[in-house]
Structure formats: structure tokens, C-alpha cells
Design a protein around this ligand. Structure first.
Ligand SMILES: Cc1cc2nc3c(=O)[nH]c(=O)nc-3n(C[C@H](O)[C@H](O)[C@H](O)COP(=O)(O)O)c2cc1C
Length: 178
């Protein structure tokens, strides 16, 4: 099975997790780069007005893969906007895909992610995992969005989260083979 790991990251966490998963799966890792650099202002406008930023590489390059695993942060309850060009592509050219995120998790999780994927791609993901930074912070005080947004996961944390993701991916791959 030919697998692509595709990631977008604003502060490094999702790229780090994606790199670890790609290494474990011996999969190609492609990083998405917006043509205009993302800023906090752009992020907020993209989320409010549902904008789709132009990105590299072009999603056409996905055709050669059997399974595409996307990694990106959650912003204001939505999947990061640089993935939208890829969701549009999947809507017109359906392919098996999964979605993974390391998000903050400070706001009671992100309950709308599955509905967003379904709406944007027209199909449910074969696998979805939203892992939270909140779990790495001390549990004795109220964790705020500022605490989680500032947090950069370590290599050890990335490997730990990656091992959880790999278990789920292996279940999917082995179920598909039966
Ligand atoms: C503008 C902004 C909005 C965010 N909104 C959410 C949110 O709604 N839910 C959440 O769990 N985390 C939220 N976060 C936290 C990020 O998802 C988290 O810091 C993530 O690990 C960043 O990933 P990255 O390093 O790959 O960019 C937000 C971060 C930013 C910068």
C-alpha cells in the first residue's frame, strides 16, 4: 500500500508528529506550504470567512497514493485552512484518507472536526485522531488556550503520540487487507 503523510504546521507540532509517523511507516512526507506566509491575522480571517489559501504542492500529486494521512492543527474549532485546497481536491477525486491533529484541547476538545471533514471532502475519513497538548500540562490548574497554543511538543512526546497513531493506522491497514 502506497501511503503519503501530508502535514501543515504553524508552530511545528503537527510537522513533528507527521515526520515521526512517516518514518515509522516508511511513507513519503510532504509538507504543505501556503504561497503567502500565514500570520495570526490571516488565520483569523480564514476561519471567519472560510477562505482557502493557495498552497504548494498542488493536490494533483495525491493521485499516486492508496491512502493519504493528513496532519494539521485545529484553529478556532476548525481544521487549519491550508488543508482546504486538499479537501476540495478529495471532493472531486475521492480517495481513502485519514486526519490527525495535535491540537490544544483546552476548549473541551474539538467536537466539530468530523462534520467539517464530511462537509468539505464529501466522505468520512477512514481514520481520525485528535490528540491534545492539554494532556502534557500539569492537571492541577485550569489550562487555558494560551498555555496550549504556546506549547511545543518534544521529540519524546512526538514519538509517544506517533506510537498511538501508528497503532490505529496499523489496525486500518490490516482490516483493509482482510
Ligand atoms: C489562532 C489559534 C487558534 C487555536 N484554536 C484552537 C482550538 O479551537 N482548539 C484547539 O484544541 N486548539 C487550538 N489551538 C491550538 C493549536 O491547535 C495547537 O497549538 C497546535 O498544537 C498547533 O499545531 P502546530 O504547531 O502544528 O501549528 C489554536 C491555536 C491558534 C494559534
Amino acid at each position: 500500500m502506497k501511503i503519503a503523510v501530508i502535514s501543515y504546521s504553524f508552530t511545528g507540532n503537527n510537522d513533528r508528529l507527521a515526520a515521526s509517523v512517516a518514518q515509522d511507516l516508511s511513507a513519503t512526507h510532504i509538507k504543505i506550504t501556503p504561497r503567502k506566509p500565514m500570520t495570526m491575522g490571516n488565520i483569523i480571517l480564514d476561519m471567519i470567512f472560510s477562505r482557502t489559501p493557495k498552497v504548494e504542492p498542488d493536490p494533483d500529486s495525491l493521485q499516486q497514493y492508496d491512502l493519504i494521512l493528513f496532519f494539521a492543527p485545529v484553529w478556532m474549532g476548525h481544521i487549519a485552512s491550508p488543508l482546504r485546497a486538499y479537501w476540495n481536491y478529495l471532493k472531486s477525486t475521492p480517495q481513502a484518507y485519514g486526519f490527525f491533529s495535535i491540537s490544544g484541547g483546552a476548549d473541551n476538545g474539538n467536537p466539530k472536526l468530523l462534520a467539517e471533514l464530511l462537509k468539505r471532502t464529501g466522505a468520512e475519513p477512514s481514520i481520525m485522531l485528535d490528540q491534545h497538548i492539554k494532556g502534557f500540562l500539569p492537571q492541577n490548574s485550569k489550562t487555558t488556550r494560551n498555555d496550549t497554543s504556546a506549547y511545543k511538543i518534544s521529540e519524546t512526546e512526538a514519538r509517544y503520540l506517533s506510537s498511538i497513531a501508528i497503532k490505529e493506522i496499523n489496525k486500518l491497514i490490516h482490516t483493509d487487507k482482510q
